[in-house]
Design a protein around this ligand. Structure first.
Ligand code: EPU
Length: 440
């Protein structure tokens, strides 16, 4: 955590083209999966964001030798010397994705002694699906204080039915199943593109995996997995955030690397707002030209291919100035509306009723000091800052840095007036904040 802030001024129409980085939610689990192998793997298109650096530290702690060429976004990970299956609570607490090391450690060593994971304040985020399904695969799990002690002699294949298609649980079970004895079936599995990128990596390692409709992943355990070279898929959430930032400011953008099939419902909703979207004939390359009279749209988050929960907050920012009323239903996390209260501070008209936010478009938003509670809340507040009058100061900037590699620079490139300040906010007034009147 740090005390930095983002300073955002009202923006003109953002215009231009930018390159997308690799997907944070794919690379985190893919780095963890390298523990399944003993040897040197190379990952390309790895974003330099704080969560990625934390996952690298976690692997180093286990004994991996890692070189990160941040200029080339190339990560070399040698797992030959990984001998440990223990990760302290301090390291596990740094991210939520740390829990994904469990499946890989159980597959390689039959043991995982790990602290409980950390993560965003977006809901309770239990790990019961992970734990109870590892148990189905023969793992005995003891929990003591804030640590889990998981052990198994030989992982056995199982018929796993997920009551909800959890991304993390699917990934953890999948990694464990690659070395289990027999054929594991994961029914009602998450089929997010990031899960499919993990499957592509596991298949390159030599794992036997088939994905069947509807949402079933079949894994036949093998004795050995070998190191890989892989290009991480583009970050559809960075792409969606950029499209929304540009749409909000009435601009125009072309994302050559983005493919429409990973953003279909998002594009549909942007079109319903009145924005014009064109996609290359092969489905690749997304061009957005914003309307100057956006209409409010309602939407509901859901597992892929539904509207991604990770784009709910930025899309809410767009509804604040749109004409009409938007009903936003969050179905993935039970507490992911913190940004709504911050948007209210900027003048937005939002009513929260259980898991629904009802946003009625207003004429203006006003810059003020707001605080981001998670990665995507920070995106929402930055977008709101760009369409608000005056200066917006976004605190909680460590969330921004966890999820994005210098997204503020890409926004600057498109014409935004935004700057990231690492300064300690406790020392001195923040921009956009009125100094208290001196009492006479
Ligand atoms: N859930 C349980 N029990 C479990 C696991 C999940 O009840 O054992 C519940 C969660 O509490 C939540 C729902 O299931 O209500 C979905 O959670 P899921 O497990 O799918 O989420 P995750 O794996 O923890 C990943 C992404 C999130 C993204 C969600 C949903 C990573 C590292 N994180 O989290 O990304 O929102 O899937 O798509 O892949 C972000 O990037 O900002 C972010 C939060």
């Amino acid at each position: 955590m740090n005390n930095g802030y983002l300073k955002v001024e009202h923006a003109q129409a953002l215009t231009g083209q930018v390159e997308l980085v690799g997907a944070k939610n794919a690379v985190l689990v893919i780095i963890a999966s390298l523990v399944l192998t003993a040897g040197k793997s190379v990952l390309h298109n790895v974003p330099v964001s704080a969560d990625v650096l934390e996952m690298i530290e976690l692997l180093r702690h286990l004994g991996a030798v890692i070189f990160f060429d941040t200029e080339k976004h190339m990560l070399t990970v040698d797992t030959s010397l990984v001998r440990s299956w223990t990760v302290s609570s301090t390291i596990m607490q740094k991210t939520r994705a740390s829990i994904l090391i469990m499946g890989a450690l159980l597959a390689r060593f039959g043991k995982a002694h790990v602290g409980l994971p950390g993560g965003d304040a977006i809901g309770k985020r239990p790990i019961d699906y992970h734990v109870k399904n590892f148990a189905k695969m023969g793992v005995s799990i003891r929990s003591e204080a804030d640590c889990l002690y998981a052990e198994v002699d030989m992982l056995s294949a199982a018929r796993i039915i997920l009551e909800y298609p959890s991304v993390g649980a699917t990934e953890n079970i999948l990694m464990a199943a690659t070395r289990a004895h027999g054929v594991t079936k994961i029914i009602n599995a998450a089929c997010e593109p990031e899960v499919l990128d993990l499957i592509a990596v596991l298949q390159k390692m030599g794992a036997r995996i088939v994905v069947e409709t509807p949402a079933t992943i079949i894994v036949e355990g093998v004795d050995f997995l070998h190191p890989v070279e892989h290009h991480i898929m583009f970050d559809r959430l960075e792409a969606g955030s950029l499209l929304m930032a540009v749409a909000a400011t009435g601009g125009e953008i072309y994302l050559s690397q983005a493919s429409a099939d990973l953003l279909d419902v998002v594009l549909l909703k942007l079109e319903e707002m009145g924005h014009s979207i064109t996609v290359g004939s092969d489905g690749k390359g997304i061009h957005l030209k914003a309307t100057s009279t956006p209409q409010a749209v309602s939407f509901k988050t859901g597992p892929f291919p539904g509207f991604p929960t990770d784009l709910q907050a930025p899309m809410m920012a767009l509804q604040c100035l749109a004409t009409g009323t938007s009903i936003i239903e969050e179905t993935v996390f039970e507490n992911r509306f913190h940004h709504a209260y911050e948007l209210q501070k900027m003048g937005a008209s939002i009513k929260i009723e259980y898991n629904k936010a009802i946003v009625t478009g207003v004429e203006y938003l006003y810059g003020t000091q707001v605080s981001a509670s998670d990665i995507r809340a920070s995106t929402a507040l930055v977008i709101a800052g760009m369409i608000a009058h005056g200066t917006t100061t976004v605190l909680g900037v460590h969330h921004w840095k966890r999820g994005y590699e210098a997204l503020e620079k890409k926004l600057q490139h498109l014409g935004a007036v935004i700057s990231l300040h690492e300064a300690d906010v406790l020392h001195g007034p923040l921009p956009g904040i009125q100094k208290e009147q001196a009492t006479p």
